[in-house]
Design a protein. Structure first.
Lengths: 527, 172
């Protein structure tokens, strides 16, 4: 067999893992052997046709394109409808008799005030004359200063920028950087770029909206905004309520409340911290009242589903120094810090524990134990984690078999890690709570990272796997009492794939999966 | 462009566009996403197509640009793919000739049926159950390399069978 045929055979395997030397070798073969290029082309086309023959999800391509087209049209129609409704309402408002009376009163008031001010200034004018000559001073008087041209009327109905962190731009005014004090007019878009960027907006008299990095927002009316992507946190305070926040998937009507809204490609998630918020999807179904401490989300515009946010309690976050990069005074690397912040945001009290004699006792007192990938499996040689009667989330793949969650690890037997085009996972069981309402291929991290996998038994919930490798589970879980490898699970057990610095690069969808995992694990009553 | 015109175009050319994208070396899991974007772009910008340019040629032009962008965004690990894509773009295959989707898939179905059962099973594991060469190798007690080569030969057999099965004018 010619060497390029062997390379081609590897190339066409699902993972297409080949190194640069192999790639160079194949390209050289293609250059020198015209028959080889035809062979590669035919093989690629057959590969595609075979996949279409056997794979059911590739059979409805036409419908997929038409659905996308319909989705785009619906979104456009929605924006147009909302804008025209807003214009109609505003036009109707401006010519009410009460407004005429108010305008007349303002004109009379301004006129009288102007006359009074002028009289007082004229009365003071002689004081500015040179006392010895009686000639008027060169210093210009207030009334002599050239009048400023009246400024273009600013539409004050949009939100005002209070604070800008990082990079933010007003789209519709090309190249305009968002600055504190500026007003975003109706129909203009405000965009933040970069994960660390944020903009705080004031709406009405007391409402504040904080827009996170990589987000985009368009004010549609005095009390309505449209979020195309990203995350905003709103604190709606009287007298500004209600506030309407629309997304490509649903709409929120908030009265006095504090909530966060995350908008992804297919999903909008609402987390309510205070008060109560009404949440409905664009495709109909009944809108729901989401109370404080609860969340709801809609995927592809379907009726929202939700549940309780973190039940709270104490989390022991076990960290180590396996990844000795960017470690702070508390012994945490960037990934550990990101996880701690996320757990705190979910309402947990987080105790960061490094390996030591007191760790086991502390872990036993916790409501949930999260084991970061930064620990070393050798720190747990007495294997107390295996029988810990506390819910456990594990991210260190060498521990998957030690705690009885997977078949044997080491030498890539039944556990391991992989590098996938930017951190992709395939959601195998989209109905499980750990799937967070997501389905299909999910971008877990924004960059190339290593992610763990294991091989649980059939008593586990196999929620996600390595794309193209259905037997390599990346997110899996056992109910308390389920038979694992060599023992029954003493409490709920969840395996997550974060490895190395993955947690510092997670996408919104990645964090949704993390949230779902810790919430499910910590709450034994969750289905 | 009316919905009816777009529908006709989609049905008529979707197989050709998907074949074209796959033939440049785009990863199998991304082929349909790119092809979908090609059609949506065509729909959005259909008025920009000069009258003398055939719709299929316009679609292929959009697809070529999208594949190039795809390879660029894949970064270091796939940087060779762009060159591979260019090399393959110059080649034409009998399977890209104007056979309809139904004809190609029907011919492929007939050819698969003519295979011995163990090969049909291998194809099912690989394409339907998404099993890797390693996993199939474990089942059959053969090395993953042997499975990959067997798959290559299977595809060659099927390609030869299809060339015979499709009408002569389409395969020459």
């Amino acid at each position: 067999m010619k060497p390029h045929r062997r390379l081609l055979a590897r190339l066409l395997d699902h993972g297409r893992e080949w190194d640069e030397a192999e790639a160079d070798s194949l390209l050289e073969a293609l250059r020198t052997d015209p028959e080889a290029a035809r062979l590669v082309k035919d093989q690629l086309l057959l590969d595609n046709l075979l996949s279409r023959t056997f794979s059911p999800e590739r059979r409805d391509f036409t419908n997929r394109v038409l659905q996308q087209l319909r989705g785009a049209r619906e979104a456009n129609r929605f924006i147009e409808k909302t804008m025209s409704r807003t214009k109609r309402v505003e036009a109707g408002r401006s010519w009410r008799p009460a407004h005429w009376a108010l305008a007349a009163a303002v004109v009379v008031g301004v006129g009288v005030t102007g006359l009074l001010v002028r009289d007082r200034q004229l009365a003071r004018a002689p004081e500015r004359r040179n006392s010895s000559t009686g000639v008027a001073s060169d210093e210009p008087r207030e009334l002599d200063r050239p009048r400023r041209q009246p400024e273009a009327k600013v539409d004050e109905r949009g939100p005002r920028i209070e604070k800008v962190e990082g990079a933010a731009f007003v789209v519709g005014k090309p190249g305009v950087t968002a600055r504190p004090g500026a007003v975003i007019q109706i129909g203009q878009a405000l965009v933040t770029t970069g994960g660390d960027s944020a903009v705080t907006l004031t709406y009405g008299e007391a409402t504040r909206v904080r827009m996170r990095g990589n987000s985009s927002l368009v004010p549609l009316a005095a009390n309505q905004i449209f979020i195309t992507r990203g995350r905003v946190e709103a604190d709606v305070a009287p007298p500004d309520s209600p506030m309407i926040v629309s997304t490509p998937h649903g709409e929120v009507v908030a009265r006095v409340s504090r909530f966060a809204l995350s908008v992804m490609d297919r999903t909008t998630r609402l987390d309510v911290e205070r008060g109560s918020v009404r949440f409905g999807s664009h495709r109909g179904g009944s809108a729901q009242e989401v109370a404080a401490g609860r969340y709801a989300q809609t995927t592809n515009g379907a009726e929202p589903v939700g549940g309780a946010r973190a039940p709270g309690g104490r989390v022991a976050l076990l960290t180590g120094s396996d990844n000795e990069t960017n470690v702070d005074g508390a012994g945490m690397n960037g990934s550990d810090r990101a996880m701690k912040a996320r757990l705190e945001k979910l309402g947990f009290e987080v105790a960061v524990l490094k390996q030591g004699p007191q760790v086991e006792a502390e872990a036993r007192q916790s409501d949930l134990v999260v084991v970061s990938d930064s620990v070393s499996s050798q720190d747990f040689t007495d294997n107390w984690l295996r029988t810990l009667p506390v819910p456990l989330v594990v991210m260190e793949w060498f521990l998957f078999d030690d705690v009885g969650m997977s078949g044997p690890c080491g030498n890539n037997e039944e556990c391991g890690f992989y590098v996938s085009p930017p951190g992709h996972l395939f959601i195998k069981d989209s109905h499980h709570p750990l799937a967070a309402g997501l389905a299909g291929t999910v971008k877990f991290t924004g960059k190339w990272v290593q992610l763990n996998w294991g091989t649980p038994n059939l008593n586990a919930a196999w929620v996600a796997n390595v794309p193209g490798f259905p037997t390599r589970a990346t997110i899996f879980a056992y109910e308390g009492g389920a038979e694992m490898f060599g023992l029954s699970a003493p409490a709920r057990r969840v395996a997550l794939p974060m490895r190395g610095n993955a947690s510092a690069m997670m996408t919104d969808e990645g964090w949704m999966l993390f949230d779902a995992a810790v919430q499910w694990c910590a709450d034994p009553a969750a289905p | 462009m009316t919905d009816g015109e777009f529908m006709k175009l989609l049905v008529a050319y979707q197989d050709r566009v998907r074949c074209y994208v796959a033939g440049t070396g785009v990863l199998l899991g991304d082929v349909d996403d790119i092809a979908q974007e090609v059609f949506l772009t065509y729909h959005r910008e259909s008025e920009r197509r000069p009258a003398e340019v055939e719709p299929l040629a316009w679609l292929r032009g959009i697809a070529r640009n999208m594949c190039n962008n795809y390879f660029r965004t894949k970064g270091r690990m796939l940087r060779h793919w762009e060159e591979l894509g260019r090399a393959l773009d110059r080649e034409s295959s009998a399977l890209e000739q104007p056979a309809t989707d139904e004809m190609l898939l029907a011919a492929l179905g007939r050819c698969i049926e003519s295979l011995p059962d163990r090969y049909k099973e291998m194809l099912r594991w690989y394409y339907q159950d998404d099993e890797s060469a390693e996993e199939i190798g474990k089942r059959l007690r053969r090395s993953s390399g042997a499975i990959r080569v067997a798959m290559l030969r299977l595809r060659e057999t099927l390609r030869g069978c299809m060339a015979r099965s499709l009408p002569q004018e389409l395969t020459q």
